[in-house]
Ligand binder design. Structure first.
Ligand code: SF4
Length: 439
């Protein structure tokens, strides 16, 4: 049986650049099985690609939108006049979605919302949210590629270039598709999440009729409206991160921050060429915990960096005592081919690296164990990752998948994967918890 193709009417106004945009959109539409039709009556919806350069062109665009609304009723607007969404909405409140020039992903998202593509047995082998390697109930959401920092042990900027952020609306369209496909937890990743949007000068991005900026705070706000767990990874403690803490206090995003501190000794940090001002970090952590007492902080550290002295290492241990990090990963320094740190003097012998690693992990185990034991008796939400005949395994807000701990629910073999249940914590060790579902 052949299914009818959904039909899109296209009105393309403006200059050759707008025409190129129209061609790209048409190409995508055709590839997804839409038909492009030349009259309003035969179309299931109309896309108007506008021009906003001169007053006369703006007037023509507004008129074309009005005509499409009168003749067809279902209208999505894109193109240069899309930058003036307020004006369009004032004149034509019936418009279903507005996107700006060159925003192909957003236009396609808006069209999908109004007129879903027909079932395509070849394309539909790939689910709407793309193929993912994570289980169905959580997904990684990559918001940018590359990095503007130049940490001396890292070759990522060399491999992937400077920071290139995805516009906020584009990230949100993907996030929405993931949620629609059953994802209950979004893990936001990048090389430097707090720098998100710097390269785009925090450009405005319209998502669901709201004007956001492409920046960390706005992304957290927008993701916080989706009604799923949102977990932030690779955040640096820049001052502007403070603004995200109230969203955690309100329950919009998880009170969890993954901050790769890497070290605490100012000398080592300088040799590592790490971003952010480390001296203020302890004050910042204390201020954050005042706003969100339950804040869980995960971090990674490198021991045995070239030139790290016993004193530097003691600084790190002292700092950890003060910082009371919840979750910690530790690496012994390894020279990566091409990293500038390979040329630094003062290579640390392997046995010293190992000894420092052991001391650091021992200290952290004590800190973690105390923090975990303090959770006994508390009630927490738990997302279920796995169920077998004996027990269910899940995670609390403080545990990212794969890298943090688990909570085990003995005898709970009827819970569903991806379900979020209320659990009373009954036992703990330095990494994991045990608990029972609260009826
Ligand atoms: S370690 Fe992270 S922040 Fe530093 S250069 Fe590499 S990717 Fe960027």
């Amino acid at each position: 049986m052949e299914l009818a193709s959904p039909k899109v009417g296209l009105v393309s106004l403006g200059c050759p650049k707008a025409l190129v945009d129209s061609e790209r959109i048409v190409t995508r539409l055709r590839a997804e099985g839409y038909q492009i039709v030349g009259d309003y009556a035969g179309a299931d919806m109309v896309l108007v690609n506008t021009c906003g350069f001169l007053d006369s062109a703006r007037a023509e665009s507004l008129e074309a939108i009005g005509e499409a609304l009168a003749e067809n009723g279902k209208v999505v607007v894109t193109g240069c006049l899309g930058k003036e969404a307020d004006l369009i909405r004032r004149e034509h409140p019936g418009v279903l979605a507005i996107t700006g020039p060159h925003q192909y992903e957003q236009v396609m998202g808006a069209i999908h919302d109004v007129l879903p593509p027909a079932h395509d047995p070849y394309q539909d082998l790939v689910p709407e949210a793309g193929l993912r390697l994570t289980p169905r109930h959580y997904a990684y959401l990559k918001i940018s590629e590359g990095c503007n920092n130049r940490c001396s042990f890292c070759i990522i900027p060399h491999l992937r270039g400077d920071l290139v952020s995805r516009p906020l609306a584009q990230v949100m369209f993907e996030a929405e598709a993931l949620v629609r496909s059953g994802v209950k937890e979004l893990l936001v990743i990048s090389q430097d999440t707090s720098a998100y949007g710097q390269d785009l000068k925090y450009a405005a991005s319209n998502w669901k009729g709201t004007e956001y900026q492409t920046r960390f705070l706005d992304l957290a706000q927008a993701l916080g409206t989706l009604g799923v767990w949102v977990r932030m990874h690779y955040v640096y403690p820049y001052p502007h991160v403070d603004n995200v803490l109230p969203l955690m206090a309100e329950g919009k995003i998880l009170p969890y921050l993954d901050i790769p501190f890497q070290h605490a000794s100012p000398r080592v940090l300088k040799a590592m060429r790490r971003p952010a001002n480390q001296e203020k970090v302890l004050e910042r952590l204390a201020a954050w915990r005042k706003i969100v007492p339950d804040l869980a902080i995960r971090s990674t550290f490198i021991v045995g960096f070239p030139g790290e002295t016993e004193e530097d290492f003691d600084d790190l241990l002292d700092w950890l005592e003060d910082a009371q990090i919840d979750r910690l990963g530790c690496f012994k320094y390894e020279p990566v081919a091409g990293a500038p740190s390979n040329d630094l003097p003062g290579a640390v012998p392997e046995e010293v690296k190992q000894e420092r690693y052991d001391r650091l992990m021992e200290l952290q185990q004590d800190i973690s164990a105390k923090k975990q034991i303090a959770k006994i008796g508390r009630e927490l939400d738990v997302i279920i990752d796995d169920v077998d005949e004996d027990e269910a395994t899940g995670r609390t807000y403080a545990d990212a998948p794969e890298i943090d701990g688990n909570i085990y629910l003995d005898g709970e073999n009827e819970l569903q994967i991806g379900e979020i249940v209320r659990v009373r914590v009954t036992d703990a060790d330095a990494y994991d918890l045990w608990g029972e579902v609260v009826e």
